[in-house]
Write a protein that binds this ligand. Sequence first.
Ligand code: MGP
Length: 217
Amino acid sequence: MATSEPKAPETVEPPTESQVVANPEQYIKHPLQNRWALWYFKNDKSKSWTENLRLISKFDTVEDFWALYNHIQQPSKLGFGCDYCLFKHFHFVCQDGIKPMWEDDRNKLGGRWLMTLNKQQRHNDLDRYWMETLLCLVGESFDEASEDVCGAVVNVRPKGDKIAIWTSNCQNREAIMTIGQNYKERLNLPVKALIGYQSHDDTSSKSGSTTKNMYSV
Ligand code: MGP
């Protein structure tokens, strides 16, 4: 085996003051694929459902996402009847973004993957599941099916909290199944713990306490 003389280390002169160039990594924030809006719902019985819904903030970079996430209460600290909603607020399309309600044009044909938690899970799982849900959304974790994602909602309720991912069209079986399967894996749910997908149409017109599942994983 040929051996070679170790090379003398090249001497690197420290840059002069005029040569110092700022590293873009240090000042450019990391863009997300979409802009997102975080909404907060506080249950004030003297107001209508829509009036209780408030836009908190919008962001479109990784850094601004974490700044907002670290600034606000975790879902487990919210009062009963409160919700957080994270919905797309488009970058390139000149429109207002998707409102976190069934009536929005991007939601009205859609539905949601719904996870219902039991009361113990508020302490054990709620905050972790919600953070993972947010990361799935802002990180566009469902490949092309991410385009179908409209947003996500966490409901804090005495009877048991709920987390859901809302998608735009309840007939898009392939995208919905991709989202459901990946979501379940990301949350590390046991294979036999089923989650169901329900159309907003069924949810908003339900008469009893349960809505039928169109799909389940
Ligand atoms: P909820 O807050 O989604 O669930 O809906 P909750 O409190 O667990 O109640 P449950 O009925 O699922 O057991 C509560 C109520 O809020 C609904 O019955 C509607 O009156 C109202 N509401 C909820 N959403 C998501 C909407 C919406 O998108 N549009 C309108 N107009 N009302 C809504």
